[in-house]
Design a protein around this ligand. Structure first.
Ligand code: GLN
Length: 492
């Protein structure tokens, strides 16, 4: 069974259809792998063994009748614990939602279920998806399978850690400022931030609604594209969902990148804090793209320097409003202390929220307060418009833009928790993409010569041009051979 653990979902789909393995056997093998690795990495907040086995049994019965729900009927999946799952606790990594059991499932979960995917469980994250290391999870951090003394990145640290431990072929996270791409980079797998509005946000607990977007993790670009296709597309339950057909991203994915124009951002070349080993591997990646036939073009996007500052006003502002609903009345935690409603609410929020969430609420309410609104929130929105404008102009000249995904490789626990600003800078390369609503992907581009840890290359595409992005990412992946090399896996 162990050889199944590292197969792609696409290969598992073939194994299922050739009857080399059953869905129940697959679920069992992956749950047994979780028994082995999860005590070390702590990727799961909740395992759903019973549901997985029940769904797998149903998948096998369908297949026996010749009635599969999709080509991936019976392939396991796992979700960041931000996706509502009907009847299964959804904690958001927070004490305030410790006992919250959603009465419905997120559209992403429903669509994956409709395709026959079996749910192994709910995975760890920074509390309310605020962070870059999972160290802010109220339930303890996830560990990086490449080095258990290091973070997996965040906020969606659980899915890539499990995927790179051979515990599941693919999974779902969310990316508000980099939370899929940065942990994918730090764990050595693929992570996608789709165009804003491509995947429904219905049933995903809100952090910053104008930036939040669900995104797939996988070990191959093709798998990430497939998982995205299974859930993407218009959903009337989300007013920001784009009413447009989702193209087949696999069509022409092998076409290569001959003649493509790829932009390199001038303002990113001397980013402070960019590790030499990361810079080296990313520079090599640019050369590889050139060798594969792309034309590299230097572009200037001056507004990118202000993206982090603007993001840390817009995201906390929206968060402070979204998190107002945790009042001790409507959801989960309610403090026993407090003699009236105001005191009860205030005690509940004090007991239920952790330090980073409280910091964001304070930042956000301050940025929105009457006397400061124009100076902070208003200014940040103007910066956001500028980022969009400059990117639109860049796409007149180039098809795609490349950069590192993260300035550093996986860092040690505790390295950044005492200094919020250094943690915030983890997203320096990813945040502009969310601010503009564009698409982005992180793919492995080797191990850093500094510390033998994975480095991620980010490829950015204009809104709804995921197809070109996947095509380039796939060409790079096939040429590098990282994903298909058993030597390029953590020894766990
Ligand atoms: N690390 C960023 C933050 O803390 C992004 C988080 C995310 O994308 N959910 O806000």
């Amino acid at each position: 069974m162990s050889e199944l653990l590292w197969k792609s979902a696409k290969e598992l789909s073939e194994a299922l259809s050739n009857k080399e393995v059953s869905a129940v056997e697959l679920a069992q093998a992956m749950l047994a792998r979780a028994d082995e690795v999860d005590p070390k990495i702590h990727a799961f907040l909740k395992r759903t063994d019973e549901i997985a086995l029940e769904q797998a049994k149903a998948a096998d019965e369908r297949r026996a009748r010749g009635e599969t729900s999709s080509a991936f009927d019976g392939v396991p999946v796992a979700y960041k614990d931000i996706f509502c799952t009907k009847g299964v606790t959804t904690t958001m990594g927070s004490k305030i939602l410790e006992t919250f059991v959603p009465p419905y499932s997120a559209t992403v979960v429903e669509r994956c279920e409709a395709a026959g995917l079996t749910m192994l469980g709910k995975l760890n994250l920074d509390e309310f998806a605020m962070g870059s290391s999972t160290e802010w999870s109220a339930y303890g951090p996830t560990k990086n399978p490449w080095d258990l003394e290091r973070v997996p990145g965040g906020s969606s640290g659980g899915p890539p850690a499990l995927i790179m431990s051979g515990g599941v072929p693919w999974g779902w996270g969310t990316d508000t400022g980099g939370s899929v791409r940065q942990p994918a980079a730090l764990c050595g797998c693929v992570g996608v931030k789709p165009t804003y509005g491509l995947v429904s946000r219905y049933g995903i607990i809100a952090f910053a609604s104008s930036l939040d977007q669900a995104g797939p993790f996988a070990r191959t670009v093709e798998d990430a594209a497939i998982l995205l296709m299974l859930a993407a597309g218009h959903d009337p339950m989300d007013a920001t969902s784009i009413p447009q057909e989702v193209p087949n991203y696999l069509d022409g994915i092998d076409a290569g990148i001959q003649g493509m124009k790829i932009g390199i951002v001038k303002e990113f070349t001397d980013t402070e804090g960019l590790q030499p080993g990361v810079k080296q591997r990313v520079d090599e990646a640019y050369t590889r793209l050139e060798r594969l036939g792309a034309e590299l073009v230097e572009i200037s996007l001056p507004s990118f320097q202000y993206a982090i500052s603007a993001y840390y006003l817009v995201a906390p502002a929206e968060a402070s409003s979204n998190l107002a609903r945790y009042d001790g009345v409507r959801y989960a935690l309610r403090s026993d202390e407090g003699t009236d409603i105001v005191k009860m609410t205030s005690r509940t929020r004090d007991e239920g929220f952790g330090p980073e969430v409280k910091r964001r609420i304070m930042l956000g309410t301050y940025a929105l307060s009457a006397g400061y609104y124009d100076a902070y929130y208003g200014k940040a929105q103007k910066t956001r418009s500028l980022i969009i404008k400059e990117l639109d102009a860049a796409y007149e000249k180039v098809d795609l833009i490349v950069s590192p995904s993260s300035p550093d490789t996986a860092f040690k626990f505790g390295a950044k928790t005492a200094d919020p600003l250094s943690m915030y800078l983890s997203d320096i390369f990813t945040v502009p993409v969310n601010m503009a609503g564009n698409a982005g992907i992180s793919i492995p581009c080797g191990l850093s010569p500094d510390d033998n840890l994975p480095v991620g290359l980010q490829i950015i595409a204009k809104s709804l041009d995921e197809k070109t992005m996947f095509r380039a990412a796939h060409a790079f992946e096939q040429d590098l051979g990282f994903a298909s090399d058993p030597g390029m896996r953590p020894q766990i």
